[in-house]
Design a protein around this ligand. Structure first.
Ligand code: GZL
Length: 305
C-alpha cells in the first residue's frame, strides 16, 4: 500500500471529511439510476463525505478493479453494490488487510468469512419473488404457460427472486416454458422476449420479469408480435420504478413488487458508525410493498423514482 495510508486514510476524529469509494454495478436500469442518485445525495460534501464514484458497466472484473483502486487511494471506507454473489473473497481480504472497512448496499455476496464486510444494507429479494409468485398462484387457476426474464446471472436478486417465486407459486398450475437472463436491461428483455415469442408464440400466458426494465423491453416484442400485453400475456415484474408503474397503471403490466432503491441515507449512517468504530447491524433490510394497477394510479403522483 502507499506510505502514510496504511491505516486507510484520515477520517479519525469528529467532523473530518470521510473519503468513501463507491463501486456501483453500472447503469443498467431505472432502478440503478435511482439508487445511484440516492447514494450521491447521501454521500454529499455537506454530509461530511468526499465520494469517489465508479460505475462498473455491469461487469464484475471492472467492479473489482474499482475496489482495488479505492484501496490504493487509501479511502476511509468502501461501499459496494456487488454485481454477482461470488468472486469477492480476494479483494475483500485486500481491503481488510489495508484496514479499510467495506459496507455492501443493494445486492450481497457469498463469502466464506462474513467478517470481510462490516454490514449489508439491502432488500429481501426472496420475499419479493415470493410476493410475485403468490400473486401468480392467486391469479392463474387454469393451466398456464409462463416465460421468465431472469436478472443478471449469479446476482443475488436473480437467484433469490427465482427461489422466492417458486415458493410463492407452489402448487399453481403454471408451467415454465423457458427462463433466460435479460441482464436487467430493457434491450435484454426485448431480445429474449422476441426469442420466446418466436419459439412459443401465443401459447405464452404469463411473463415474470425479474425487473421492470426487462418487462418494459418485452412490451415492444409483445406488441410487435401482434399480442396485447396485460391481457394476451399477463406480466408481473419487480422494482416499481416510474416507467414500470406507468405501464401498470395503463394495464400493460398486471402486478409489480417494489424493490426500494432509496438506500443512500441508511448506508451513509452505517458507514459513519463503522468508521467511528461503533457496532452496527450486520444486515439492514429496507421495506418493500406491491402494487396493482389501481394502487399504481394512486401512488404515481408522489413517487420519488
Ligand atoms: C435489486 C437490484 C436490481 C434491480 C434491477 O436490488 O440489484 O438491479 O431489481 C437492477 O432493476 O438492475
Amino acid at each position: 500500500g502507499c506510505a502514510g495510508n496504511a491505516g486507510g486514510g484520515g477520517g479519525g476524529g469528529e467532523g473530518d471529511v470521510l473519503t468513501v469509494g463507491f463501486a456501483q454495478t453500472g447503469s443498467e436500469s431505472g432502478w440503478r439510476a435511482a439508487n445511484t442518485e440516492s447514494m450521491k445525495e447521501a454521500f454529499s460534501e455537506e454530509n461530511g463525505f468526499n465520494l469517489i464514484f465508479n460505475a462498473a458497466d455491469n461487469k464484475q472484473e471492472a467492479q473489482i478493479a474499482a475496489v482495488r483502486s479505492f484501496i490504493n487511494q487509501g479511502v476511509d471506507a468502501i461501499v459496494i453494490a456487488p454485481i454477482t454473489v461470488d468472486g469477492w473473497d480476494d479483494v475483500l481480504k485486500e481491503a481488510k488487510d489495508a484496514g479499510i472497512p467495506v459496507v455492501l448496499e443493494d445486492r450481497t455476496v457469498n463469502v466464506d468469512d462474513d467478517s470481510l464486510y462490516a454490514s449489508w444494507v439491502g432488500l429481501d429479494f426472496e420475499k419479493e419473488g415470493e410476493t410475485a409468485g403468490a400473486w401468480a398462484k392467486e391469479t392463474f387457476t387454469e393451466p398456464t404457460n409462463m416465460v421468465v426474464l431472469e436478472g443478471t446471472t449469479g446476482s443475488a436478486p436473480a437467484l433469490d427472486r427465482a427461489t422466492g417465486f417458486a415458493t410463492g407459486s407452489e402448487g399453481a398450475p403454471i408451467t415454465t416454458l423457458d427462463s433466460q437472463t435479460g441482464d436487467f436491461t430493457r434491450d435484454g428483455g426485448k431480445k429474449v422476449m422476441e426469442g420466446f415469442l418466436q419459439k412459443y408464440g401465443d401459447s405464452i400466458n404469463l411473463l415474470f420479469a425479474h425487473n421492470d426494465d426487462m418487462g418494459l423491453g418485452a412490451l415492444d416484442a409483445i406488441t410487435a408480435a401482434g399480442l396485447t400485453p396485460g391481457t394476451d400475456i399477463q406480466i408481473v415484474t419487480i422494482d416499481a420504478v416510474r416507467d414500470g408503474m406507468q405501464a401498470l397503471a395503463d394495464g400493460q403490466f398486471n402486478f409489480i413488487v417494489e424493490c426500494n432503491p432509496l438506500l443512500g441515507e441508511k448506508v451513509a449512517e452505517v458507514v459513519k458508525k463503522v468508521v467511528a468504530g461503533e457496532t452496527v447491524e450486520k444486515t439492514t433490510i429496507v421495506e418493500d410493498q406491491s402494487f396493482t394497477p389501481e394502487q399504481a394510479k394512486e401512488a404515481l403522483p408522489d413517487r420519488k423514482y
